[in-house]
Design a binder for this molecule. Structure first.
Ligand code: 13P
Length: 254
């Protein structure tokens, strides 16, 4: 069965109460009834409820940008899986490059978060990707392989299909320097090979691997046409309803 494209918007630390709601309303109007592509947006924690209310009657799912692995208690500033489900999240991003490289999250911490999210019925989006110096040193495949293996440690073959992998080369994030379709395809194919080694071919074939890093309306079509690119995780362009909708329309073949 062909994989259904999955396009998600990561709003990062952007918007305010009014603009988050307005962006969600515009998205519902433009792409809220799209069925052929799975869609999600990941607003900041504090606007999840408000955005969730706007999205409720649409086909756009709600996701969070992070989660903690404990149920509750003295973890100041953290947010639990139960809280995310409470406000209507079905997805959660785990191990985004900014959490790895700005906040300092390790593969072990990311794995704990992913396992907790999966165990509690959320669908994790596991982000992986190499730094520019790692690409220059020809370490890309090794780095990404390690991040996929460590991120998925302890995830059973029965559960792993609920995980989306997002390949986001760090040098392409927020820089306007997008990976070429050939570069994206090469790493996506390798990730699928790793999944086949960790699980089996059928599972690897069924799993979705998004590309992220400077995805814009003008480059989305060529990226989404790659055989192993099954969608996109969009940052900057997801903050503009027109641009995000246009990226989705490229995914629909338009
Ligand atoms: P940009 O699309 O702004 O490069 O961000 C990509 C990203 O990090 C999505 O998670």
């Amino acid at each position: 069965m062909p994989r259904k494209l999955f396009i998600a918007g990561n709003w990062k630390m952007n918007t305010n109460a009014a603009s988050a709601r307005a962006l969600a309303e515009a998205l519902v109007e433009k792409i809220g009834s799209v069925e052929a592509v799975d869609l999600a947006v990941c607003p900041p924690f504090v606007y999840l409820s408000a955005v969730g209310e706007v999205l409720a009657a649409s086909r756009i799912a709600l996701g969070a940008q992070d989660v903690y692995y404990e149920d509750d208690g003295a973890f100041t500033g953290e947010v639990s899986t139960a809280m995310l489900k409470d406000v209507g999240c079905s997805y959660v991003i785990c191990g985004h490059s900014e959490r790895r490289h700005v906040i300092g999250e390790t593969d072990e911490l990311i794995n704990r978060k992913l396992l907790k999210a999966l165990g509690d019925g959320l669908r994790p989006i596991l982000c992986v990707g190499e730094l520019l110096e790692e690409r220059r040193a020809e370490e890309t495949l090794e780095v990404v392989r390690r991040q996929v293996q460590l991120g998925l440690e302890g995830v059973s073959g029965g559960d792993v299909d609920k995980v989306t992998i997002a390949y986001e080369p760090v040098w392409a994030i927020g820089t306007g320097v997008v990976a070429t379709p050939e570069q994206a395809q090469e790493v996506h194919a390798m990730i699928r090979e790793v999944l086949a080694q960790l699980y089996d071919q059928a599972i690897a074939e069924a799993m979705r691997i998004q590309y992220g890093g400077s995805v814009k309306p003008k480059n989305a079509e060529a990226l989404l046409a790659c055989p192993d690119v099954d969608g996109a995780l969009v940052g900057g362009a997801s903050l503009k309803a027109d641009q995000f909708a246009e990226i989705v329309s490229k995914g629909l073949g338009g």
